[in-house]
Design a protein around this ligand. Structure first.
Ligand SMILES: Cc1cc2nc3c(=O)[nH]c(=O)nc-3n(C[C@H](O)[C@H](O)[C@H](O)COP(=O)(O)O)c2cc1C
Length: 245
């Protein structure tokens, strides 16, 4: 691929220019098949300064800044926002209905649909769909979810927040690219990551969260925890023919 960008005229068209080029097997490229959102507990160990610098560099882009928090006090404050956001979402029946609709309780269901969130990829035991569905209704409670997030944050080496200068589609794409580089760089270093976006998904919390981060008018877009720990089963993908139009 040559280069891509949003139309200079300010429309929301994305232009991609292809050109002949030599393949480059960069470190980030090689990490693509290994990368995953790892929704399990990590080992609680800090990363080295050098590793943190590499992550920060990978996650920084045009108008996009990555704030890396490694101090326990700051991480606990992020956890408070995650818990507040999770509580709002879990009190919203439409949110819970949609979430449940995307969970693939059994391996068979995950393979058949080739999409959604496979229970085992979130560190839960897979179960037949009827049983998984029943267990979800019984055990998916505010307290169990909030306790899970506490363990997730407290076992992480740090939390990265991606913030952008302008709320435009071009910046959304740039934030996504910065996160992708960050995720691939971390994978290349054997570091796992997973998103905790409740503080930016619940609109009431987002400006408060920005205040806590001290980023002025910039907007927090993604919240990502990272650290070392075991890999979990990978999420599946639909076949390429099913997603091409
Ligand atoms: C914009 C965006 C927001 C996301 N937010 C969350 C989140 O809040 N919690 C979470 O567990 N995963 C979140 N994800 C991760 C996706 O669920 C994940 O990428 C998907 O399940 C595919 O799995 P993989 O990353 O392991 O390939 C988000 C992904 C994107 C692109």
């Amino acid at each position: 691929m040559g280069h891509s960008g949003f139309d200079a005229a300010g429309s929301n068209a994305l232009r991609v220019a292809f050109e002949q080029t030599k393949p480059v097997a960069s470190t980030l490229f090689q990490a693509i098949p290994e990368r995953q959102s790892t929704r399990g507990e990590y080992d609680g160990q800090p990363l080295s300064r050098h590793e943190l610098e590499l992550l920060e560099k990978a996650g920084t882009g045009k108008g996009v800044q990555v704030i890396v928090l490694t101090e326990r006090k700051a991480m606990e404050t992020v956890l408070e926002y995650v818990v507040q956001g999770n509580t709002v979402q879990m009190n919203d029946p439409a949110f819970v209905y949609e979430l449940k609709h995307w969970i693939r309780f059994s391996g068979g269901e995950a393979v058949r649909t080739g999409d959604g969130l496979y229970a085992a990829s979130s560190g839960n035991l897979p179960a037949p769909t009827w049983l998984g569905s029943l267990l979800f209704n019984l055990f998916f409670t505010q307290k169990s979810e909030n306790d899970k997030y506490a363990k997730h944050v407290r076992s992480s080496a740090g939390i990265a927040i991606f913030a952008s200068e302008n709320p435009t589609p071009a910046q959304w794409v740039e934030v996504g690219r910065c996160y992708e580089r960050f995720a691939l760089q971390s994978t290349a270093l054997g570091i796992r990551n997973a998103m905790l976006n409740q503080p930016v998904e619940v609109s009431m919390l987002r400006p408060q969260f920005a205040d806590f981060l001290g980023i002025g008018k910039r907007r927090p877009d993604l919240v990502v925890r990272f650290g070392r720990g075991p890999k979990l089963p990978s999420s599946l993908r639909r076949p390429i023919q099913a997603v091409l139009v």
